[in-house]
Structure formats: structure tokens, C-alpha cells
Design a protein around this ligand. Structure first.
Ligand code: PRX
Length: 638
């Protein structure tokens, strides 16, 4: 078969077949056979995968589903993800293999082998211990895209502490909320970061986040020097700032890896939902290790000669799973780039692919659309022939972006792994492997053992081609175990709408070939440039401004970002509307949540459409803004 598209019998008619070369190299050569075997004996499938990793003690029970939806995997097993990600490579050739190739935005290069990574992680683990961090403690990490970010995460995991990485694009208020919610005693940060030619003052943002009134739990701040800009180092009762390099110089490089129960927490990661308060999803050592290790191995078909580049930020689940843990457990070499994709020129990414011989590039549709705007001449300037696979994540990929990526970046020879998954799922859920025929815009079929089903309002399965809610029927090792500190909310958010099923919050369609097509969120969550926001989160930021009485936020289609945030506000009585105030409100959201959440537009209105019971009809705002039919407005109060 060739890799030229052929027509299939379905409506979603373009199919790209894998080339002979792709098939020859694939680890899974017969997807259907592997899938059938995994379906017939799912626990056996996961036991075999788990056995490929190292355990201090083997598990007694593969899956404990006696207390649904709080599933447990590999019960009785003793392990540590760092043992598999780093320690076990120290006795093989991989000790001298590169774990990370790092490119700074300013052109600085760093190369770190598995042996060096082991040393750095051990040193920093001892630094954390020296600050009094013990197993089970939370450590917040708020850094730019430097290798020290994975080092800090791995050091936490090594000693059994729970890391909570907060993306460096969040504001001081957002950081502070997450520090308080997780009750973190230690905060790890950088002096600053270089992004798209700008300097981000990370340490200053931390200083604002750590104001002492009301009290903040952080007692120690560790600062990695990246930019060299002047920062204030505090040393007062209850708050001590330390330079990373000074603590590292005094630390011992010998540190035992803590023996953790399979179900012991590895990390929490905040993500937005349908309320104003982001929730901390909790992932564990055992199941998360097995799931991310396996999905990465099969989907990206990783081999020792690969150079893998996941262009996400380590601060998101994509980075946690596929920049840090899964590539390291597979002994892969990863490329990490610090800065913005088009800085200083629109060919920056393509120059990195060519320079380091990247073989697999995994990114988001919004980035592809952004780079596509600059034209195909930019990638054409570089030798991209090292690439053999591409990947997409974060939102549905539109056919134009798919085609552009496939032709101009992948030279029409690299299959695109469109991976559908979530912070909650830990790893890929609906995804092809390289031998699976592709249809642009579809993540193809569920990964081995995953049972997805599209249902209607009542929970009844929707026939093929019909649209409905995407649910998952079974448990998988990588699933989040709970919302940290709030198990009831976990149950309520994910397991109550369709009893007995995990509700993803997405709507989708399955075609006659069993391929899934994700349509989008159905739960007041917006994806903006791949970032996830709750409309309620932006609304509460708007309402926190003294001029605002009420706010409603919607997402409207945006060519590059997928969605753009639009806010509608009612002012408090006596406050005058003005263009300056509208602008101030946009900036207020950026200050409260982060620059990444700044609304495209804030409109000051006289009234908001509400139902008779007082609920804002966002759907109506959305259709009005787009000039679309208003639909059923029988419940409208007016
Ligand atoms: O709506 C889906 C969309 O992103 C949501 C999950 O967001 P987050 O937890 O931030 O994780 C993103 C990275 C894993 C999903 O509910 N989404 C993610 N991947 C895809 C996608 N939509 C369509 N296609 C995808 N490949």
C-alpha cells in the first residue's frame, strides 16, 4: 500500500494508509490482532506491560474495583516511577545516552545524559530533604521551560513528595490559589524566563503570590538562575529564599529512591472545570507509570535511535506524561525548547528539527495553525527528512492544518498520531498507532483495552454517525484517582451524570468504521490555544473587579486559537461604561488568571439573557454573537 490517500466507503472519506516503511518499523504490526487479544484479556494485557517495568515488590492484585469509582491498580506492588525513568538506566548503555537536548531561546544549548540526569535529580532530592520535605509533602513548581523543571519533578517523585506544577503563564493570584489549595511548603521557581523575545519575571510573580496576608504555607523558595536579571531574595522569619546552585553545591549526590506503594500519590495537577475553582487531579506511581510507558511505546513506536520532541510545556499534562515520565521510562532522547515557536523568526521550530535530527514531533493544532500562517517557505528552508512520525493533541485538528502539517512538515511520509486524552486520563485514550489507516481530524479508535461509548442525554448508546456524549465504560491504569482533597467532587464531576461510566465532558461522533471524531466540550470548559479554562473561572475573575456586577463568558471560533474568550458584563449601578473600562477588564482577567486567559473582547451590556430560574443563557449569547438562529428560547426570562 502507498501513503497516498484513497477513498473509503464512509462519509469521512479520505483515508491515509501507512507506507511500507512505516509498517516495517512498527512495533505493533497487526493492530486488530493486538486489540482483539487485549479486549479478550485486558488485565493480562496490563500485567504484561507492567512486567516490562521494574518493581521493588510485585503486585498481588492487578485491579481492585470494589470501591467504584475509586479504582486501584497493581495493589500491593511497591515501585517508584523514578526507578524506571532514571535508576534502571544507570546499569545499561543508556547511562551515557542523552536524556535531554535543550535549546534556549537565546541559542544556548545543553545536553544531559541519563547519568547526568541521575546525578542532578539525586542532588536536588537531597536539597528538598534538607528543606524538610518528606514523603507525602506537596511541592509547588513554577518555572520556565528549563531542564531543571523535569529535574525538580523527578526529585520530588524520588523522595515520595507530591509535585504540583503550575504553568509559568499563570498569574500570581492563580499561583497563590494553587499553593494554598495544595498546602505546599516549598516553591521551586526561576529568576525569569525568555519567551518570544520577552522576559517573564517569574520570581517577582512568586513574590506577589507569597504575600503573607492572609498567610501562605510556603516557608522556602528555591530559585534557579536562568536569566541573571536582578531579583530580591527574602530571608525573614517564616520565609527563606535560596539559590538553586548554592544548595546544589552543598548537597550530596547520593540519594536512595523511596519505595512507594503503587497507589501512593505521584503528583497533582490543576485543571479547569465547570466551576470557578480549578481542581487538582491526582495521579499515582504504579498505574500512571505503566499507562504512560505503554501508550508512548506503542503510539510513537519509540526506538533507541529516535529523537523525540514534544513541543508542549512540562507544566501541562502533555508535558508531565510525554516530556518527562514516558520518554524517560522508555530510555528515549527528548528535545526541549525554551521559547516561542516563531522567535526570532517563523522558521525557529524547523531549524530545531533539522539541527537535532528530530524524528518525532508532537504538538498542538493551534501551534500548527499559527506556523501555517507564515507559509510553507519557512519549513522548506530546512532539511526535515529526519522526521518519521508526527503527533497532535489538545483539540480537534481541522483538515487544512492536518494537511499542511502532513505535507509541509512530514513530507507526506509521516503518519500523524492524533491523540485524544485529558489531564484526567493520564495518557492517550483514543489514538492510532503508526500502522492504523488515518482520517484527518479523527483520533481513530480507542487504545487497547479502552471501551469508549457515545451516549445520548439518557445514557443510551447512540448509533454510528450520531453525535453524543463521549463516555468510557472501564477503568485503565493511568486514570486520575481522585481530586486531591475532594473525592466527592471527583465522583460528582466525572461519574454521576452517567452512572457507572466516566464522563469525559466532550461530545463526539463515531463513524461506520468505528473511528471517533471529537466535536468539543459540552461542559462550560473552553479550549483556547490548547489551554483549558472554565467559563466560570473567567467569570469569577471579571466579577472580582469592583466595577462589575455580573459576567458571562463564552468561547467563539478563532482561526488560530480554536476558541477565543468573549466576556459580557453588567456594571454595578453608578459605574459608567467606557472603552477604557472594557480594556481594563480584559487586563484584570490577565492579572487574575494569567496573560493566557486575557479575553479577546469584553463587552459592557445592559442585560444578560437569563432563564426564568436566573441561569445565564450562554448558548444564546453565543448564537447572537455569531449571527446564528437563536434556537429554543422558550425559557428566556424576557
Ligand atoms: O476536549 C478535549 C481536548 O482537550 C480536552 C482535555 O484538555 P486537557 O486536560 O487540557 O488535556 C489536553 C492534553 C491531553 C479534551 O477533553 N482534546 C485533547 N486532545 C484532543 C482533544 N480534542 C480533539 N482531539 C484531540 N486529539
Amino acid at each position: 500500500m502507498s501513503d497516498t490517500p484513497s477513498k473509503s466507503a464512509t462519509d469521512h472519506s479520505i483515508v491515509y494508509q501507512p507506507s511500507a516503511l512505516v509498517r516495517a518499523r512498527a512495533r505493533i504490526t497487526d493492530w486488530d490482532a493486538t486489540n482483539a487479544a487485549a479486549d479478550a484479556a485486558p488485565l493480562k494485557f496490563w500485567e504484561e506491560r507492567a512486567a516490562e517495568l521494574g518493581w521493588f515488590r510485585n503486585w498481588d492484585q492487578t485491579l481492585d474495583d470494589s470501591n467504584k469509582p475509586f479504582f486501584k491498580w497493581f495493589v500491593g506492588g511497591v515501585c517508584n516511577i523514578v526507578h524506571n525513568a532514571i535508576d534502571r538506566h544507570q546499569v545499561t548503555y543508556r547511562k551515557n545516552k542523552l536524556a535531554y537536548i535543550w535549546q534556549g531561546e537565546d541559542g544556548t544549548e545543553r545536553f544531559m545524559s541519563y547519568g547526568e540526569l541521575h546525578r542532578e535529580v539525586s542532588l536536588f532530592a537531597n536539597v528538598l530533604k534538607g528543606l524538610g520535605v518528606v514523603k507525602g509533602d506537596r511541592v509547588t513548581i513554577y518555572m520556565g521551560r528549563v531542564i531543571e523543571l523535569p529535574i525538580a519533578m523527578l526529585a520530588c517523585a524520588k523522595i515520595g513528595a507530591i509535585h504540583s506544577v503550575v504553568y509559568g503563564g499563570f498569574s500570581d493570584a492563580a499561583l497563590r490559589g494553587r499553593i494554598i489549595d495544595s498546602n505546599s511548603k516549598v516553591l521551586v521557581t526561576c529568576d525569569g524566563a525568555f519567551v518570544s523575545g520577552k522576559h517573564i519575571d517569574l520570581k517577582e510573580i512568586c513574590d506577589r503570590a507569597l504575600i503573607s496576608d492572609p498567610p501562605c504555607p510556603v516557608t522556602d523558595v528555591v530559585v534557579y538562575k536562568r536569566t541573571g536579571r536582578a531579583v530580591t531574595m527574602y530571608d525573614s522569619e517564616g520565609r527563606h529564599d535560596h539559590w538553586w546552585h548554592e544548595l546544589m553545591a552543598k548537597a550530596s549526590p547520593v540519594c536512595a529512591t523511596e519505595q512507594m506503594g503503587s497507589e501512593d500519590p505521584l503528583f497533582i495537577l490543576y485543571t479547569s472545570g465547570s466551576t470557578g475553582k480549578p481542581k487538582a487531579l491526582l495521579h499515582t506511581h504504579g498505574g500512571y507509570s505503566v499507562y504512560t510507558y505503554t501508550t508512548f511505546r506503542y503510539v510513537f513506536d519509540i526506538q533507541d535511535d529516535d529523537r523525540f520532541w514534544c513541543a508542549a510545556d512540562p507544566g501541562w499534562i502533555t508535558g508531565h506524561s510525554y516530556i518527562v515520565y514516558a520518554p524517560l521510562m522508555n530510555g528515549a532522547t527528548s528535545v526541549m525548547y525554551e521559547g516561542g515557536p516563531s522567535y526570532p523568526a517563523p522558521d525557529r521550530w524547523w531549524s530545531i528539527v533539522a539541527k537535532y535530527g528530530v524524528t518525532i514531533l508532537y504538538t498542538a493544532p493551534t501551534a500548527i495553525r499559527g506556523l501555517m500562517r507564515f507559509g510553507a517557505a519557512h519549513p522548506a528552508k530546512h532539511d526535515l527528512s529526519s522526521l518519521r512520525l508526527l503527533g497532535s493533541v489538545g483539540e480537534p485538528i481541522n483538515p487544512e492544518a492536518w494537511k499542511w502539517f502532513y505535507e509541509n512538515i512530514g513530507g507526506s511520509r509521516c503518519p500523524i498520531m492524533d491523540t485524544w486524552w485529558q489531564t484526567e486520563t493520564g495518557g492517550f485514550m483514543i489514538t492510532p498507532t503508526p500502522v492504523v489507516p488515518l482520517k484527518p481530524g479523527s483520533g481513530t479508535r480507542p487504545f487497547f483495552t479502552i471501551k469508549a461509548e457515545i451516549v445520548d442525554e439518557t445514557g443510551a448508546p447512540v448509533p454510528a454517525e450520531g453525535e453524543g456524549f463521549l463516555t468510557i465504560l472501564n477503568s485503565w491504569p493511568g486514570m486520575a484517582r481522585t481530586i486531591y482533597g475532594d473525592p466527592d467532587r471527583y465522583k460528582e464531576t466525572y461519574w454521576s451524570r452517567f452512572p457507572g461510566r466516566y464522563f469525559t465532558g466532550d461530545s463526539a461522533r463515531m463513524d461506520a468504521d468505528g473511528y471517533y471524531w471529537i466535536i468539543g466540550r459540552v461542559d462550560d470548559v473552553l479550549k483556547v490555544s490548547g489551554y483549558r479554562f472554565g467559563t466560570a473561572e473567567i467569570e469569577s475573575a471579571l466579577v472580582s473587579h469592583p466595577a462589575v456586577a455580573e459576567a458571562a463568558v463564552i468561547g467563539l471560533p478563532h482561526e488560530v486559537r480554536g476558541n477565543a474568550i468573549y466576556g459580557y458584563v453588567l456594571l454595578r449601578s453608578g459605574v459608567m461604561a467606557s472603552p477604557e473600562l472594557a480594556e481594563e477588564l480584559r487586563n484584570h482577567v490577565a492579572r487574575m488568571v494569567g496573560p493566557i486567559a486575557k479575553p479577546e473582547r469584553v463587552e459592557i451590556v445592559d442585560k444578560l439573557p437569563k432563564t426564568r430560574s436566573g441561569k445565564i443563557m450562554r448558548r444564546l449569547l453565543k448564537s447572537r454573537a455569531q449571527g446564528l438562529p437563536e434556537g429554543d428560547i422558550s425559557t428566556l426570562e424576557e
